[in-house]
Design a protein around this ligand. Structure first.
Ligand SMILES: Cc1cc2nc3c(=O)[nH]c(=O)nc-3n(C[C@H](O)[C@H](O)[C@H](O)COP(=O)(O)OP(=O)(O)OC[C@H]3O[C@@H](n4cnc5c(N)ncnc54)[C@H](O)[C@@H]3O)c2cc1C
Ligand code: SF4
Length: 509
């Protein structure tokens, strides 16, 4: 049995991060690179091995968390890796990037700090790579069937790996010059170094997956051609249609969408470009939005040496504790500070000693301790004589309607504005949709049935393209489930696991 009393005797200790001043000088992962093993073994021993592990159901992959906690506590890293990989194709991705809804569902979290599940997960995955245990898994037979996977984000990669291991021939088509989806050009290196992605792509290639990059299905090659050349198609093209902020001044130079900005910084940090066309260097930066994308813009702008950064979130401050209407084990809306916010805190402190130099006389706004302004509604952008943004007019937002509260308007300096307002679904004009006869539903995502199928036989949809903007753990779970649906369609039966249906939702109220 797992160390059932560890939670009473051992305090929670999270994975250590490098000091903020050090990490702001480079693009390397924020985490201290030292192996975590002794610390993690003790942390795994905090698992109470409860009778009904709610962490299982809070994790979309159904990760067998108490089982690997028990194995880690016993220092059996090989068996822990086997149990972890039984449900998760890419645990080093989720162990770095997942917001860990499992920890909010941990039974220990009812009245104490939850087990550091995510840290245990990443330690098992990294140790498995370190000990050369992660090898290509080659299928024992070939089915003679072939599948095209369109899109190489976590959903497409998970689907491809499951299908190739089931004995199908798999071609992955990716419109970008390199595979990986948002893991490659959205998420910055300081959250996950791309070597983890490249290592997995190497594993998939060795397992027999064929990657075709610079291949936008619907343009070149045509979608019908791809469909005709395969027995089934998995569409995993993500949700890249971004939300707009249609306020006066949106057209000014210096107002950009986050996904126009982040991929450039990613290419620079990987040495592909020498400098980004859009940079925060020396500028007063305002980020509009409150999610992961906004936090990634914050960490990037700080590393580019912005003069100041402010993040505007239209939602009210969520508070530090669960509200009674979001009871355990749901994933609650509470104040969460990412490593980028921790870095923002350092900038805010520095600003206190530096004053408001270079703001053109406009005061920097009062922010919380890590550069966020909550309940902030953008009214308009103001430009200079050359048509470049110089300021942002904001107001308090009314909690229910989110409309500006009259009489609360003020102007703050803004020489670079980054819009991180989320994504609605795939671009409605994507050629592939019309060519495959797919349609978008009322939510803006590709219409599909609970089993990932579409109106066109043999065409399936996985990941953000069908679910809408979500998380890597959901994308992997969808890729696995869509692969099971494809395998059943092709073979009449399947042994592949299907952790979620297309209509499953997170445990929330
Ligand atoms: C900036 C940012 C940061 C994020 N941070 C986190 C995080 O920290 N943790 C987390 O859990 N989630 C995070 N997310 C969300 C997460 O990245 C997504 O939910 C996840 O990547 C979705 O996976 P996917 O495979 O469905 O789509 P994507 O990763 O978007 O991949 C889709 C791929 O399809 C390709 N494609 C599109 N059209 C075509 C076509 N016609 N032909 C060929 N290829 C095509 C695209 O180029 C892309 O490579 C973040 C999202 C963003 C934007
Ligand atoms: S994938 Fe996410 S939810 Fe699942 S165990 Fe890992 S951190 Fe928790």
């Amino acid at each position: 049995m797992a160390g059932r009393w560890g939670f009473l005797t051992t305090p929670r200790v999270s994975r250590p991060r490098r000091p903020v001043p050090e990490r702001l000088t480079d693009w390397r992962e924020v985490y201290d690179g030292r192996p975590l093993l002794p610390v993690v073994s003790a942390q795994a021993g905090r698992c109470m091995d409860c009778g009904i592990p709610f962490c299982h159901s809070a994790c979309p992959l159904g990760n067998l968390i108490p089982e690997w906690n028990l194995l880690v506590e016993a220092d059996d890293w090989a068996a822990a890796s086997e149990r972890l990989h039984a449900t998760n194709n890419f645990p080093e991705f989720t162990g770095r990037l997942c917001p860990a809804p499992c920890e909010d569902g941990c039974v220990v979290a009812i009245d104490a700090d939850p087990v550091t599940i995510k840290d245990v997960e990443v330690a098992i995955a990294d140790q498995a790579w370190r000990e050369d245990r992660v090898r290509p898994v080659r299928p024992g037979r070939s089915t003679g069937r072939s599948v095209a996977v369109v899109g190489s984000g976590p959903a497409g990669l998970a689907a491809a790996q499951q299908l190739v291991r089931a004995g199908h021939a798999v071609d992955v088509y990716e419109r970008d010059d390199r595979a990986g989806g948002l893991l490659r050009y959205g998420i910055p290196d300081f959250k996950m170094d791309k070597s983890h992605l490249d290592r997995r792509l190497g594993q998939l290639t060795a397992e027999g997956v064929r990657f075709h990059t610079d291949a936008e299905v619907g343009v070149r090659p045509a979608a019908d051609e791809v469909a005709a050349g395969h027995d089934a198609v998995v569409v995993a093209i993500g949700a890249t249609a971004w939300r707009e902020l249609p306020v006066p001044g949106r057209e000014l130079a210096g107002v950009h969408q986050a996904m126009e900005y982040l991929p450039q910084a990613n290419r620079v940090s990987r040495g592909e470009w020498s400098s980004p066309p859009v940079t925060a260097r020396g500028k007063h930066v305002v980020i509009v939005g409150g999610g992961d994308t906004a936090a990634d813009c914050l960490g990037t702008a700080l590393r580019q040496r912005a003069a100041s950064v402010v993040q505007l979130d239209i939602r009210p401050h969520p508070g530090h504790h669960r509200s009674p209407d979001e009871p355990w084990p749901t994933y609650p809306h509470v104040y969460r500070a990412s490593p980028a916010h921790e870095e923002g805190r350092a900038l805010a402190r520095e600003r206190g000693t530096r004053g408001d130099a270079g703001t053109g006389g406009l005061p920097l706004p009062a922010t919380d301790e890590d550069v966020r302004v909550f309940s902030a509604s953008t009214v308009r952008f103001e430009g200079d004589a050359s048509g470049h943004v110089r300021a942002l007019r904001l107001a308090d937002s009314e909690p229910a309607s989110r409309l500006p509260v009259p009489g609360t308007e003020r102007t703050i300096p803004a020489q670079l504005v980054l819009l991180a307002l989320g994504f609605t679904g795939p671009p409605p004009d994507a050629e592939l949709l019309g060519q495959l006869g797919l349609r978008l539903d009322a939510r803006g995502t590709i219409a599909r049935d609970p089993g990932f199928g579409t109106a066109r036989p043999a065409v399936f949809v996985a990941g953000d393209a069908g679910r809408g903007q979500s998380l890597i753990v959901w994308a992997i779970a969808e890729g696995r489930s869509a692969a099971a649906a494809v395998d059943r369609y092709l073979m009449g039966t399947t042994d592949l696991p299907a952790p979620v249906t297309a209509t499953d939702r997170p445990i929330a109220v």
